[in-house]
Ligand binder design. Sequence first.
Ligand code: CP
Ligand code: NVA
Length: 310
Amino acid sequence: MRHFLTLKDFTKEEILEIINIGLEIKKNLKSKIYNKELQNQTLGMIFEKSSTRTRVSFETGMFQLGGHALFLSNRDIHLGRGEPVKDTARVISSMCDMVMIRTFEHSMIEEFARYSSVPVINGLTDSYHPVQLLADYMTLVEHGASKNIVAAYVGDGNNMTHSWMMLAAKLGFKLRIATPKGYEVDTDILNEALEIAKSSGAIITTTNDPKEAVKGATVVTTDTWTSMGQEEEKEERIKIFSGFMVDGEMMSLAQKDAQFLHCLPAYRGLEVSEEVFEKHSAIIFNEAENRLHAQKGLMAWLDKQRSVGK
Ligand code: CP
Ligand code: NVA
């Protein structure tokens, strides 16, 4: 049985296999062929933070695969009132076939997984957002932009950045990260990614100069400057991050046909200009839709691993 907590625990081949299953399921869905791999299964979805895409994609995805999803807000379950994580894990996993969790500290999901008898999927923690990167890479494949990637991430060194680092490290592409001073990525995660990169050939660099990162990039991406849980820092962050907006001028430094990705929700006039967002809206909303298909691929893959006893 496998959990999906970070891309760190997956090989390049496994990541590509999951994405390929998702692409196949997407193609079938568009031809009205329904894959029911998870018939009669239930997915428990614990949300300790807000969500639009993650909730809708997992719930819809589970339904389309023939199963059922339960939305469990921490405001409604005893976890939010202090029932220990390890007890919640043992109870929910005794009744559900898979569990997806969106929470704050990454250690919570690790503890849950330790006590869970079913696969646990990370639907975002403060440290990682791996399911988003499955959708992002699937989108690059579909748009013919997955070869010789030179990716530039501009903005806050956060869960999205860490997941980009792991994807680059595993798949072996170039990633340049530009953050303001004091908002750099986590050093331990960077070191882990650099270690993995040694065997994949990935080149991951960090800078405080967004222009240096974007120059010649084939893919430019960013994320909100204020992640969930940091709301009180918003005004201060807006001041510190000025100069890090991906606007037309910044995009003009990238390759002519460079793609722009955003995990959403997007804040126009902050991390991205309205002009850049709308110019690239087709790929951005395909990226959002691909959450559904990539996660269906992931759930089908996790179920297959369990049935072959891995
Ligand atoms: N990108 C993403 O995870 O969106 P939600 O927060 O809406 O789930
Ligand atoms: N970094 C953002 C991602 C939202 C999908 C957050 O954690 O709020």
